[in-house]
Design a protein around this ligand. Structure first.
Ligand SMILES: Nc1ncnc2c1ncn2[C@@H]1O[C@H](COP(=O)(O)OP(=O)(O)O)[C@@H](O)[C@H]1O
Ligand SMILES: [Mg+2]
Length: 303
């Protein structure tokens, strides 16, 4: 849109959860005078930028603020301070009407627990968002079928969610996001509920889709392996704060503190041995062998 070269820009974003009988004084947090009892700083002064087509992974332990942050990006949770811009548009300043339009057309979200409508078929689930947009029936069906084809579920269009495996349900979740044709995709631990084998397949699938569609993605995970496979860049989050940002390789090679170090310990060997993303992808398929204890021995590290 405007002159901005970034698709997504987040600046000094804060979210503080406050108990009913407590009042938030943002200026106290901004001046650094310390946290208030009974207030949870879920997102603390977070800034980052994404170029078009980038996959940005946010990684952190449970409770570190990942979901709060990603939900703030489309204001499913209202941030308390800071700015969010998508294609130069100030999301934080949008009125309700503008925000609704923004959510329908510019951004799509995939949730951990799929969030499918149980009494609607796969086809209906995928086309539902278009219905809300007022797209005509025929066009809706055509676009939904295209999205369903992309995730390999064309044989399942008439089935209901309960008849699908977890992996298939999440494919529907992804198709539902794709059908909106938004440039920005937000994914909150989409594969965390899946068993490891299916999870790996879904990661492959996402990489394949990304090569074809070149979306801009924010991908939340608590799994380093997943972060390394999918991320062009990544941030490590701890207690609401971005403790480190960089390429996966930077983070593995030069962890900023003990917290990050503990996350990446097992991955150091893998990255020492590989340079390109392509190689890394191959090797990370073998991580159970290479990243584990045997790998450490095999790599013969002196540390
Ligand atoms: N609605 C809420 N009210 C109060 N505290 C919340 C709410 N949602 C999340 N939190 C707190 O904010 C912190 C970050 O949570 P969350 O964003 O869900 O982390 P993650 O997704 O990384 O597991 C946690 O301490 C959590 O307990
Ligand atoms: Mg979460």
């Amino acid at each position: 849109m405007e002159s901005s070269t970034y698709l997504l820009e987040v600046e000094n974003l804060w979210k503080v959860f406050v108990e009913k009988d407590s009042t938030l004084h943002m200026e106290d947090y901004l001046s650094g005078s310390g946290d208030v009892n009974g207030q949870v700083v879920a997102v603390r002064d977070v800034s980052f930028k994404l170029k078009e087509g980038e996959v940005y992974v946010i990684m952190g332990l449970s409770g570190s603020g990942k979901s709060t942050l990603i939900r703030c990006l489309l204001r499913l949770i209202e941030p308390d301070y800071g700015q969010i811009r998508v294609k130069g548009q100030d999301v934080t300043a949008m009125g309700l009407k503008e925000l609704t339009e923004f959510r329908r057309t510019q951004v799509a979200m995939v949730f951990q627990h799929y969030g499918l409508l149980p009494h609607r078929t796969v086809l209906e689930n995928v086309s539902f968002g278009l219905k809300l947009q007022g797209v005509k029936h025929k066009e809706r069906e055509k676009r939904a079928l295209q999205a369903i084809e992309k995730v390999g579920l064309l044989k399942w269009t008439k089935h209901y969610p309960e008849h699908l495996s977890g992996g298939m349900q999440q494919r529907v979740g992804i198709a539902r996001a794709l059908v909106q044709d938004a440039d920005l995709l937000l994914l909150d631990e989409p594969f965390s509920g899946l068993d490891p084998l299916i999870r790996g397949e879904m990661q492959d699938e996402l990489l394949r889709l990304q090569a074809e569609l070149k979306k801009t993605m924010v991908f939340v995970t608590h799994d380093l392996n997943e972060a390394l496979r999918l991320g062009d860049r990544m941030a490590v989050m701890k207690q609401g704060l971005f403790v480190q940002e960089g390429t996966p390789r930077d983070i593995v090679m030069n962890p900023a503190d003990e917290y990050v170090k503990r996350f990446v310990q097992n991955e150091r060997q893998v990255s020492l041995l590989t340079e390109t993303a392509e190689e890394k992808k191959k090797v990370s398929n073998l991580t159970p062998l290479i990243g584990g204890k045997q790998g450490k021995k095999a790599a013969g590290s002196g540390r």
